[in-house]
Design a protein around this ligand. Structure first.
Ligand SMILES: NC(=O)c1ccc[n+]([C@@H]2O[C@H](COP(=O)([O-])OP(=O)(O)OC[C@H]3O[C@@H](n4cnc5c(N)ncnc54)[C@H](O)[C@@H]3O)[C@@H](O)[C@H]2O)c1
Length: 320
């Protein structure tokens, strides 16, 4: 990776990934693009930024050519809960955007990364210790686009030799940019509410286990996989990766270690609960560990400490 185009760069992952890539590869070598600028001026990319609607393949190609990029990191997508509200938009954005990104990579000989998700699994998938290679029959439109995307990335590698790579992200927890409408968003909100109000009402029910990861580990995983020796990759796309499998009450307990008065109540949203129930409770990331050395640094306790510290600073709330 020497010159990198990032789509969906103003979102939860992109806003932090662009800054990290700029640190590693140089400010001018990362071209951030999105359909909108970041609403938070502080998060606006310091390097080049271009408005790009990823469904416009011609414009994507022009920007990639103009900046002579050798890598495309394609993040723009509609996430699970928002996709269920507008399945047609989700299919169009997630699939047309992906095909356009892959075509740019094919025509300009770029390395290509896009994230899949634990949403690529479904109710018939083994629920715990979910293997890398297993049944994938998701029943959400988001999941359908993610499985299709995994297959398409494999196809572009085998058919055209494009160096496609990817991971299946679990729910990502971060304090910089709010999440964009996923089912695991509760695991971010819970920290904001702990700091701002001292309590939280969860839209995901008690006992619902899902995989999660702290953003710094997710960003490291992207760079590590992209820099990995391609000859050692058996799977290339859609590596299972996770740092923890947690339910709302586990996060509640971790927060209570530092904020004893914190309490969670429940008002379950049936739509997002049904999505959560269709996903694995814990996935097996051993292929990523073996093939490219994936190893997360943050467990629930370490992540909670850091999240609360950073949110207290960000929201300027005094620690008691
Ligand atoms: N955040 C997570 O927990 C998570 C988990 C698994 C997978 N993923 C995947 O990671 C990727 C990035 O997710 P995120 O959490 O940063 O999402 P996000 O919703 O926070 O950001 C998506 C960005 O895409 C932009 N966008 C929307 N329509 C666009 C268009 N037509 N053209 C260009 N940009 C457009 C939005 O403005 C937004 O900035 C997605 O593919 C998502 O499926 C995320």
């Amino acid at each position: 990776m020497k010159s990198i185009l990032v789509t969906g760069a103003s979102g939860q992952i992109g806003s932090e990934l662009v800054a990290k890539l700029q640190d590693v590869y140089g400010e001018d070598n990362v071209v951030a693009t999105d359909i909108r600028k970041s609403p938070d001026a502080a998060q606006q990319s310091a390097g080049p930024f271009e408005i790009l609607d990823v469904t416009d393949g011609k414009r994507m190609f022009e920007i990639a050519k103009q900046y002579d990029v050798d890598t495309v990191i394609h993040l723009a997508a509609l996430l699970s809960a928002r996709a269920e509200e507008n399945p047609q938009l989700a299919w169009n954005l997630n699939m047309t955007g992906l095909v356009n990104g892959l075509e740019v990579a094919r025509q300009l000989d770029c390395q290509f990364f896009t994230p899949s998700s634990i949403a690529a699994f479904g109710p018939s998938t083994p629920k715990s210790g979910t293997p890398q290679d297993t049944l994938q029959r998701p029943n959400t439109i988001y999941g359908v686009t993610k499985v299709s995307g995994e297959l398409l990335c494999d196809y572009y590698h085998s058919k055209f030799g494009v160096d496609t790579r990817g991971v299946r992200f679990p729910g990502l927890i971060s304090y910089v940019t709010p999440p964009g409408g996923g089912t695991t968003d509760y695991a971010v909100e819970i920290y904001y509410h702990a700091v701002q109000y001292g309590n939280y009402t969860s839209f995901i029910g008690k006992g619902t286990y899902m995989d999660m990861m702290y953003m710094p580990d997710a960003l490291d995983a992207i760079v590590q996989l992209m820099e990995a020796d391609g000859d050692k990759l058996v799977h290339r796309n859609a590596f299972n990766i996770t740092a923890m499998s947690v339910a709302p009450e586990d996060i509640e307990s971790a927060i209570q270690e530092l904020m004893p008065g914190f309490a969670v109540s429940y008002a379950v949203d049936p739509v997002r609960q049904a999505i959560a129930d269709s996903w694995p409770s814990s996935i097996d990331s051993s292929c990523a560990e073996m093939e490219w050395g994936f190893r997360p640094r943050y467990d629930l306790g370490e992540m909670t400490k850091d999240m609360l510290l950073k949110l207290h600073r960000k929201l300027q709330v005094k620690t008691s």
